[in-house]
Design a protein around this ligand. Structure first.
Ligand code: PHE
Length: 361
């Protein structure tokens, strides 16, 4: 019997299906699977092409071929889909296998919280930025020249004594001076004046080091320094700024008091105190005598301040005839204890998580 066109086409269809199944068995990833799909049942795929040959069939054979064609195409589609699922499942399983044990206990460590000193620094920065100050930084290891000489602290000054200052071995001090761990934040005044032209309005915060260690002194503590240089700057600007600062920081209208004092880098120099914001009051708002913070003194000592000494301006190439300015410096740790009601300064540096946990973010 002569093989008709129909037989040829049907045979071709079956051949393609077989070839497809054989090829499918080799496929293990989604890309190859897609290629296979295009190759067989895509628009120009080998199976799709057979459909074009339907026109050559006798009308009575067309129906049977059409049905056979649709069946084969559906079977191929089902096989593709089945394999697609299997490949996706295998990928999921491989992912899961990489995670060693899903039931393992959670090993994420506690996130922790921001240290009271850091929080205080952030709060100080926020308040001083609002008052128009830039927040700048300086190194902990400092040139002796910047820490002392340019601040009008002569070589014979007792502050340089080995008992106060940590000297650092190594090269690199300017003008042959040695390196020290900065004993205060005041060298940032020098760095700023050497690097910027007036008007200057900065605060600098950070760790400072002194060689003493007892119940009320830590060899490492924190200071903030303020510096304002412009034309016609006076002590009144200093007092007004300190007043604005303490009032904003403690959220109350607090007076500031300046008491004459001596620091080599300011003239005149003053210690500054703020009105105690913690004194208990009676119903009429009058302060009661017993306050655990100021011990009834009504004032809390904060730090030192004064008009920048002309010699200091000169040491930084600023003409004291044309410019004047003030500076202040005080301890941040004290601020942090006051702000957060911490009874003992040393708690801040013990690193005891039971203490630190009490300051959640
Ligand atoms: N640097 C001084 C100290 O550490 C404080 C101070 C700063 C005083 C600025 C006056 C002006 O004690």
């Amino acid at each position: 019997m002569l093989r008709g066109v129909s037989d040829d086409v049907n045979q071709a269809l079956r051949d393609e299906q077989q070839r497809f199944e054989a090829a499918l068995a080799e496929v293990n990833d989604a890309d190859a699977l897609y290629e296979l799909q295009v190759q067989y049942i895509g628009k120009k795929g080998s199976v799709s092409k057979l459909r074009g040959r339907m026109g050559k069939l006798a009308p009575e054979e067309r129906k049977a071929f059409g049905m056979a064609f649709n069946e084969v195409k559906k079977a191929i589609e089902a096989s593709l889909e089945g394999r697609k699922q299997a490949i996706a499942q295998a990928a999921r399983e491989a992912d899961l296998a990489r995670i060693e044990d899903l039931t393992m206990a959670d090993t994420m460590s506690a996130v922790g919280s921001i240290h009271p000193i850091s929080r205080t620094r952030r709060e100080l920065a926020r308040v001083f930025r609002k008052l128009g100050f830039d927040v700048v930084d300086g190194p902990h290891v400092e040139h002796e020249e910047y820490n002392f000489d340019k601040l009008n602290i002569p070589p014979t000054h007792p502050a340089r004594d080995m008992q106060d200052t940590f000297f650092v071995n190594g090269e690199g001090g300017v003008a042959d001076s040695r390196l020290v761990l900065r004993t205060h934040t005041s060298p940032v005044q020098i760095r700023t004046m050497l690097g910027r032209k007036p008007p200057i309005r900065i605060v600098a915060m950070g760790t400072v080091f002194r060689k003493d260690d007892d119940a009320t002194h830590s060899p490492m503590f924190h200071q903030i320094e303020g510096l304002y240089i412009d034309t016609h700057v006076t002590m009144a600007d200093l007092k007004a700024t300190l007043y604005r600062f303490v009032s904003a920081f403690f959220g109350a209208d607090l007076k500031v008091r300046l008491r004459p004092s001596f620091f080599p880098f300011v003239e005149p120099g003053a210690e500054f105190d703020m009105e105690c914001p913690f004194c208990p009051t009676n119903a009429a708002g009058e302060k009661l005598p017993h306050c655990s913070v100021c011990k009834g003194g009504r004032w809390i000592e904060l730090g030192g301040s004064g008009m920048v000494h002309p010699k200091v301006l000169e040491s930084c190439d600023i003409d004291p005839q044309a410019h004047s300015g003030w500076a202040f410096g005080f301890g941040i740790d004290r601020m942090a204890t006051l702000l957060h009601g911490v009874p003992d300064l040393r708690l801040l540096f013990d690193g005891d998580v039971r203490f630190l946990e009490q300051f959640p973010c």
